[in-house]
Ligand binder design. Structure first.
Ligand SMILES: NC(=O)C1=CN([C@@H]2O[C@H](COP(=O)(O)OP(=O)(O)OC[C@H]3O[C@@H](n4cnc5c(N)ncnc54)[C@H](O)[C@@H]3O)[C@@H](O)[C@H]2O)[C@@H](O)CC1
Ligand SMILES: [K+]
Length: 490
């Protein structure tokens, strides 16, 4: 499939799977990072965010501006608003050295310099008692005052802690007592703050309690649908004190008399990420495996068949994810195995290669617990009518359609991945992708696992292209997986 065809297909899917109007903080963080992946710096977005708040409030009459800023990027937006207003009192909740991000720090430094010459005042506080005086004064203030809440935005975790909790309560009480106070929240209302106006960025957030005004801040629509390092950062982090098994247990079911290498490649790539990897196959394959890292389950015969289903199901109970299909061969025995296994298996399954060809799609239900990884030839057998919205609406499984660009979709989301190059057309690289996705799927949602798997696999190929040109092997790709994970600090 050439790139033009891939883009046509992608655009058909985008026509059916509509963008969401309201997004979660996690989705916003992915978009934000992927805007940077596309070359748009976060500090530019912060500038646009702060400026858009200023534009929205500049015509509201006020003589006083007090901006409460937290130590994350929501606070950073507040610093930008202060600079645009020009005569504001900024209250940083924390110390300068507590400011968490580069962008917020840069904007704070500018404000500090401005405060030496102009009408910006800065205070750094740790306890609510340090602002009691301000609240007392504001209670009897006759001048119109705008309080800006740049305390916490989409980075909120759990219930509000002090001193935020008390500051929010104080502002709520103050508003009831003095009608001259107008409260504006930046992006998200902090805690249960009773703000009069909320200005949110790019898209409405699921955690907005009020009807927020949405402002564009220069995030291109492509940042919503391209796979980038933002997706990788959304993967569940490996805990430092985690123990064996917590980072994924993957069972590879595949292999046959003819094809013994495919499940090994899948297993080896899974092993770079997951804690435990097992291979279930015919003994002809198992006997050829001499990797001490694998747990091995062998059965008699040339092919897996229906008589092996009970055992395969029993074994699969010990694992988080099954990767099914690599090197299985296509015949009546393996067809019976695949269909019976899937109809009885309740685990998450990555369905690849021959398994995609063997499924009887007439009675098949595309469950949420499945990820399919077809190339276009396999995809065509899957009985999905892409120009029929009904067919896509019922598609709960995630599909990773491999090609020069990979399209990842289900009935709610569609994304495209641009990592990878022509060196990845060699036999075996598809097995590697299935292994990576299987490992990620142990601890992450299907769609995110599909996106990140495609990105990691392609990026490994891109590193190799730089080093060796197009002539690298599947084993080289496997060896590069840890490098990719290190680059993106996964
Ligand atoms: N997503 C985007 O595209 C953009 C985001 N920007 C801003 O960045 C914000 C997100 O920034 P961050 O991810 O740095 O996070 P936030 O600044 O929203 O929040 C993180 C800070 O809040 C503290 N915090 C979190 N939960 C708390 C709780 N329960 N009690 C007390 N303190 C708590 C954290 O310790 C940290 O200091 C957005 O809301 C938005 O305002 C903008 O700069 C522009 C672009
Ligand atoms: K806020």
């Amino acid at each position: 499939m050439v790139v033009g065809e891939i883009m046509d297909l992608f655009n058909i899917l985008r026509g059916i799977i509509k963008d969401k109007d309201t997004i979660t903080p996690k989705e916003m963080a992915i978009i934000d990072e992927n805007a940077e992946y596309l070359g748009i710096k976060k500090i530019l977005l912060m500038e646009n965010a702060g400026k858009s708040v200023y534009e929205e409030i500049k015509d509201i009459y006020a003589e006083n501006y007090i901006i409460f800023c937290g130590t994350g990027n929501n606070g950073g937006d507040g610093f930008v608003v202060a600079r645009h207003i020009g005569n504001a009192e900024v209250i940083l909740i924390g110390r300068e050295q507590d400011i968490k991000t580069h962008e917020a720090r840069e904007n704070f430094k500018i404000l500090k310099t401005l405060s030496e010459f102009g009408d910006i005042k800065i205070r750094q506080i740790l306890r609510v008692e340090e602002v009691e005086g301000i609240f007392k004064q504001l209670e009897n203030e006759n001048k119109k005052t705008i309080i800006i809440d740049a305390m916490i935005g989409t980075g909120v975790k759990g219930d509000l802690r002090e001193p935020y909790k008390s500051i929010v309560e104080k502002i709520n009480t103050l508003k009831k007592r003095n009608k001259n106070i107008f409260v504006v929240s930046v992006d998200v209302e902090t805690g249960n703050l009773d703000s009069d106006l909320t200005i949110t960025f790019h898209k409405r957030k699921t955690i907005n309690r009020k009807n927020a005004i949405v402002k564009e801040i220069g995030i291109p629509k492509e940042a919503e649908y391209i796979v980038g390092w933002g997706d990788l950062k959304a993967l569940k982090k490996r805990e430092k004190d985690s123990h064996k098994g917590q980072n994924g247990k993957v069972l590879i079911i595949g292999g046959s008399r003819e094809f013994y290498g495919a499940p090994i490649l899948t297993g080896l790539s899974s092993l770079k990420i997951a804690d435990l990897v097992a291979v279930f196959s015919v003994n002809k394959v198992i006997n050829k495996i001499n990797h001490p890292e694998f747990i091995l389950y062998g059965v008699e015969g040339d092919y897996l068949s229906s008589q092996h289903v009970d055992y395969a199901l029993k074994v699969s109970e010990k694992y988080d994810v099954v990767v099914l299909g690599n090197g299985l061969s296509v015949n009546s025995k393996t067809r019976a195995f695949v269909n019976e296994f899937l109809s009885r298996c309740e685990k998450k399954v990555v369905i690849d290669a021959d398994a995609i060809k063997l499924i009887d799609y007439a009675e098949f239900e595309f469950l949420e617990s499945y990820i399919f990884t077809p190339h276009i030839g396999e995809f065509k057998r899957m009985n999905l009518e892409l120009d029929n919205p009904k067919s896509i609406k019922n598609l709960k499984s995630t599909i990773v359609l491999k090609g020069e660009k990979d399209i990842i979709f289900n009935n709610e989301m569609v994304k495209i991945n641009k990592t990878g190059n022509a060196g990845l057309t060699k036999g075996g690289t598809g097995d590697i992708l299935a292994g990576i996705i299987g490992a990620l799927f142990s601890n992450n949602e299907a769609f995110l696992s599909g996106c990140c798997g495609a990105f990691i696999n392609g990026y490994a190929g891109d590193l190799l292209l730089k080093e060796k040109g197009f002539y690298y092997t599947p084993m080289d790709v496997i060896d590069k997986i840890p490098h990719v994970l290190k680059i993106f600090e996964i």
